[in-house]
Design a protein around this ligand. Structure first.
Ligand code: 3HC
Ligand code: NAI
Length: 710
């Protein structure tokens, strides 16, 4: 029908094949092609039934997400999928949808407009639109409850998780699972149903009727959305749209859906989440490292240190099926580390994430020991010992002697100079930073730190490994704290200044929690362990600039052995269940310290708390960008979304600055500079340049990409 949609005949069955690699998105031409092929099949007297199938790795992964930006910027008209789907549903001959890979978003909506759905066992279906800040926009919220019932439809549309074939069969979304070749199975099925009346999803209503049950379903879903999708508008909007399906006739329900879809599409949240979707894929693209750069194969790994990080890192390897040795310095530390790993896995089994057998397999891949035995076979060794340069260099010198010549040596350091660590080895080109985030088995970020000698092959291997470990790998340059911690240092500094200036600890955390952060900065310090920062401050004491204000209270807390959750006390006091409460002792300590230091105490608004902390991130981010420590502003955003609990629906600190307006951010930073001095608040030159030329961080990325391509 066109180059994206092919129409062929297999006897009395017409076969429509969608061929729009890589994921058969519904780009312009695809819906039109399908509708034209349906019309052709309807008009052909020799054809009695139709099969729709995807070429390549999948059925249809949804609308073409790249088109949304064009619609909201006025470069394209609205989405016109809905009427095309009616043409499928109104086809007088049975239309059989043959699903492999994923039928997501508009893909599932196309499938539901067909009269029958078949799927291979590995296929998945879903309405993941909420993850992009929108709702299904082509009848999904109206057809899905008719097929799967209201509860299932609400779950799928409001929370966006995919459903596997078998579950889809049970729910009534799929009519049959096809083992073996999908196309022949679908053609066989099409012959079975040819000539019979074709059931239209939109005419079904038997699963919509239980109004009292429905009310409870919607109330529970709204409650769950409030709790688990804090701050996000799309999940509630999706629930409203499904509710419309239970109260309005199909056509009016679709109109209501279209209105809600459009509101969501034009929201800043949707733009932020779409930025996050593409950002996660953009960070894998490194301009000077082509896609075909050769990589080392990682078959065996070894980790030095089984503390908070080492244990989590080892779990990542085991989860990916890679055998890993864990070496500790002392038996008790090793036992503690292995006990934590075991407990984490046991919790996952209890929660039903995987079976006991899977846990046993993973545990068997982790080999605890006190020696370097077997390290000579490792393809990668990850160091995760205490944060101290002398110790790191000693460990790197030791592993350099044992490791095979092409073994990658990675450090999990959170702040230290990768080049200096590499200088302790005879192979600086094989040394790299692999900065995991705590808890390392959960957090998706892997900051990959490039030393000056690190080879391209080692970087390419690290990026590929990140994907294998189910992480988002972001490349960072080598500087103190790299991207994430260098910025978080400024954010944490301002949070502490704010408490010294009169904001309560819980007010600072509360304002940032309400902004959408997973937790406030002071609570985060308590979780990570205040001693971690204390150790780092001691390591870098010699670099402190005299006369520049620095936070005073964290060191005092550490001197009083208040290390946070691990000691039951930090910025907060914790009960046996680790529930925090404000501690009057801390409030008194802060007040006394501030008074002695001559810091003026005043009332501070939630808005100032957010601006001081978040703009501190933005200002440092702009410097990082200008220095080339981060490749693009989107790389910084991905670090913050995946490693620091920044709300995805705000897109990341740099995207957020764009939404506030770089000029407005700069103006506020200049006010802070006046009040707190240039050492802390001199605006980054890049920020000024962007503001002066009315540009954004996004345009900075685009200009850079254009320059690289030129
Ligand atoms: N539109 C445009 N591009 C898409 C896309 C889409 N729907 N889905 C994937 N892509 C692109 C990716 O950006 C990537 O491009 P790149 O190679 O240039 O970086 C390429 O396709 C391959 O994608 P992945 O790297 O993600 O491939 P995976 O195999 O890991 O994952 C997938 C495949 C599970 C389909 C995953 O890409 C995905 O989840 N896609 C998004 C699905 C989705 O959200 N669909 C709903 C869209 S909104 C909608 O349909 C609205 C409707 O209701 C009207
Ligand atoms: P930790 O104190 O929990 O664990 C360090 C472990 O290393 C201890 O168990 C210690 O016994 C062991 N060790 C020390 N010398 C050793 C040696 N020679 N051989 C084998 N084991 C040895 O520390 P944590 O938090 O796991 O930190 C480790 C590294 O990870 C540090 O560089 C830290 O900066 C970094 N990091 C820490 C994060 C955190 O949130 N805790 C986050 C990201 C990175």
């Amino acid at each position: 029908m066109n180059e994206l949609v092919k129409f062929t005949r297999q006897g009395e069955v017409g076969v429509i094949t969608i061929d729009n690699p890589p994921v058969n998105a519904l780009s312009p031409g695809v819906p039109e092609g399908i509708a034209a092929a349906i019309d052709a099949a309807a008009a052909d007297p020799d054809i009695r039934a139709v099969v729709v199938i995807g070429a390549g790795r999948t059925f249809i992964a949804g609308a073409d997400i790249r088109e949304f930006g064009k619609i909201t910027s006025g470069h394209r008209p609205r989405l016109t999928l809905l009427p095309q789907l009616l043409r499928i549903e109104d086809c007088p001959k049975p239309v059989v949808m043959a699903i492999h890979g994923t039928a997501f978003g508009g893909g599932l909506e196309v499938a539901m407009a067909g009269h029958y759905r078949l799927a291979v066992p590995s296929a998945q279906v879903g309405q993941p639109e909420v993850k992009l800040g929108i709702i299904p926009g082509a009848g999904g919220t109206q057809r899905l409850p008719r097929l799967a019932g209201v509860a299932k439809a609400v779950e799928m549309c409001a929370f966006g998780e995919p459903v596997k074939s078998q579950d889809a069969l049970t729910a009534g979304i799929v009519d049959r699972i096809i083992e073996g070749d999908l196309l022949s199975g679908a053609i066989g099925f099409a012959r079975e149903v040819a000539g019979k009346p074709a059931p239209k999803t939109r005419e079904r209503s038997e699963k919509l009727t239980d109004s009292s049950g429905n009310a409870a379903v919607f109330a529970t879903a709204r409650e769950q959305a409030r709790k688990t999708r804090r701050g996000q508008t799309a999940p509630m909007a999706a629930i409203d749209a499904v509710e419309a399906a239970t109260k309005l006739p199909f056509d009016q329900g679709c109109e209501r859906e279209a209105e809600i879809f459009r509101e969501c599409l034009f929201s800043t949240q949707s733009k932020a989440l779409i930025h996050a979707f593409f950002g996660e894929r953009t960070v894998a693209k490194i301009p000077d490292i082509p896609k075909d750069t050769p990589t080392y194969e990682i078959r065996r790994a070894a980790v030095v240190g089984a503390g908070t990080m080492g244990g989590g890192i080892a779990m990542n390897y085991a989860n990916a099926g890679i055998p890993v040795i864990v070496k500790e310095a002392a038996q008790d530390a090793l036992d503690r580390g292995m006990a934590t790993i075991r407990k984490n896995y046991e919790n996952s089994v209890k929660k039903g994430r995987f079976s006991q057998a899977v846990m046993d397999q993973r545990m068997a891949l982790i080999k605890p020991q006190l020696t370097y035995d077997g390290f000579e076979q490792a393809d990668i060794i990850v160091e995760a010992v205490f944060e101290g340069m002398a110790l790191k260099k000693q460990v790197f010198a030791e592993i350099d002697k044992i490791a095979k010549p092409d073994c990658i040596l990675a450090s999990n350091t959170s702040t230290l100079d990768i080049d200096e660590i590499a200088s302790a080895t005879t192979r600086p080109h094989l040394v790299i930073g692999h900065h995991f985030f705590s808890p390392a088995n959960v957090m998706r970020l892997l900051e990959i730190v490039r030393g000056k000698a690190t080879s391209k092959q080692v970087i390419a291997t690290s990026m590929a490994l990140a994907k294998k470990l189910n992480k988002v790998g972001v490349l960072a340059g080598n500087c103190r704290g790299f991207i994430g911690n260098r910025m978080i240092h400024c954010y944490g500094r301002e949070a502490q200044f704010l408490v010294e200036e009169g904001a309560a600890v819980e007010a600072v955390d509360g304002a940032l929690y309400d902004f959408g952060m997973a937790m406030g900065p002071l609570a985060m310090g308590d979780l990570a362990g205040l001693d971690v920062g204390w150790r780092i401050r001691k390591e870098f004491k010699h670099l402190e600039k005299p006369g520049v204000r620095r936070p005073l209270v964290a060191d005092l807390l550490c001197e009083a052995s208040r290390f946070g959750q691990k000691t039951g006390k930090g910025w907060y006091i914790y009960d046996a269940d680790r529930k925090p409460s404000p501690d009057p002792e801390v409030a008194a300590l802060i007040e006394k310290t501030a008074r002695e230091a001559g810091i003026e105490r005043r009332n501070i608004t939630a808005q100032e708390i957010v601006e001081r902390t978040i703009y501190a991130l933005v200002n440092e981010g702009a410097r990082i960008l200008e220095e080339g420590i981060a490749l693009r502003s989107v790389d910084i955003d991905m670090v913050y979304l995946n490693g620091y609990g920044f709300p995805a629906w705000r897109g990341g600190p740099m995207f957020y600055a764009d939404t506030v307006g770089v000029k407005n951010v700069l103006a506020r930073i200049q006010e802070f500079e006046k009040r707190h001095g240039p050492d802390l608040w001199a605006p980054a030159p890049l920020l000024k340049r962007l503001a002066d030329s009315a540009k954004t961080f996004a345009s900075f990325d685009q200009d850079k990409e254009t320059a690289a391509g030129a």
